[in-house]
Design a protein around this ligand. Structure first.
Ligand SMILES: C[S@@+](CC[C@H](N)C(=O)[O-])C[C@H]1O[C@@H](n2cnc3c(N)ncnc32)[C@H](O)[C@@H]1O
Length: 269
């Protein structure tokens, strides 16, 4: 299984960056890992903000689709004191997520599997909430993805997501963090996403644009790259080559309305 995010030697580079930052692997925490294991615009701040929309009963279960390196899943498990399952299509990242789980002592509450969000390996109505942060732009078949999310949610359960929507001026300039040349990039406008969700039975609670929030994250990131002040350990480790160009384009695409980032809360009635 290969994706845009597959990268041979990623695990070695990631743990070497942890060492370079002077972090003690035996004492890693959600907070010390946060600069490098929340891979979306605004990082940990955005994960915390999105989590405010999640409703989970005690002893509930959350599914994180496109869980990446697992920072969001571990945070949600801690915040809601519940079980979290993460699924991600990139085996190298799932391997790192699992290692970080053990190192942080979260392996009893959080599990990670390799798999495709549009073919979920879970039984019907297992989860109280599904989270999906900056993932859908890599998934071609949104109809199948949202069909699967609806299927695994309990009635009354919620889907909380952040997405890089297609803006009013059409396709963005590449490379961007989720695609080098347009391959693996499947953007929908916010209203198209809403339409696919509703067609799959979801009720939209709210949808709001997050352009300013994402832009401020990218602008700060860019300033660090240009000033040569990126820390040894940070989300740039996960972005591979051409980080400057990817972040510059990500910011310009928002400014020029090729990308319309948004947040959304929907429920399975
Ligand atoms: C920008 S990263 C976001 C990671 C994580 N959600 C976070 O916020 O830290 C996108 C993630 O989506 C995953 N992904 C892409 N396509 C996927 C698919 N079809 N099914 C599951 N995961 C997918 C990638 O492997 C990558 O880990």
């Amino acid at each position: 299984m290969t994706t845009h995010w597959s990268d041979t030697g990623f695990s070695e580079r990631f743990f070497a960056a942890i060492d370079a930052a002077g972090l003690d692997k035996a004492a890693l925490t959600i907070d010390t890992l946060a600069p490098g294991d929340h891979i979306h615009a605004m990082g940990f701040v955005a994960t915390k903000a999105l989590a405010q929309a999640i409703e989970v009963p005690s002893h509930g279960r959350i599914l994180d689709i496109g869980a990446g390196l697992g920072g969001p899943a571990r945070y949600l498990a801690q915040r809601f004191q519940c079980q979290v399952s993460g699924i991600d299509i990139t085996p190298e990242w799932v391997s790192v997520a699992q290692q970080l789980n053990v190192l942080t002592g979260f392996d009893d509450r959080v599990d990670f599997s390799v798999g495709d969000g549009s073919a979920l390996p879970y039984k019907d109505q297992q989860f109280d909430a599904v989270v999906c942060q900056h993932v859908t732009m890599n998934i071609a078949n949104r109809q199948q993805l949202f069909h699967e999310v609806f299927r695994v949610l309990k009635p009354g359960g919620c889907l909380v997501m952040s997405e890089q929507g297609l803006g009013i001026n059409g396709q963005p300039r590449f490379p961007v963090p989720w695609s080098t040349d347009g391959t693996h990039s499947f953007l929908l406008t916010p209203s198209e996403t809403e339409g696919v969700l509703v067609a799959n039975g979801f009720r939209i609670a709210w949808i709001e644009q997050s352009a300013e929030q994402d832009l401020s994250g990218y602008t700060r990131f860019l300033a660090q790259i240009q000033a040569g002040t990126l820390p040894p350990f940070g989300s740039h480790i996960a972005l591979g080559d051409a980080v400057l160009e990817k972040i510059q384009n990500a910011a310009d695409n928002i400014r020029n309305q090729h990308i319309m980032p948004f947040l959304l809360l929907a429920h399975r009635p």
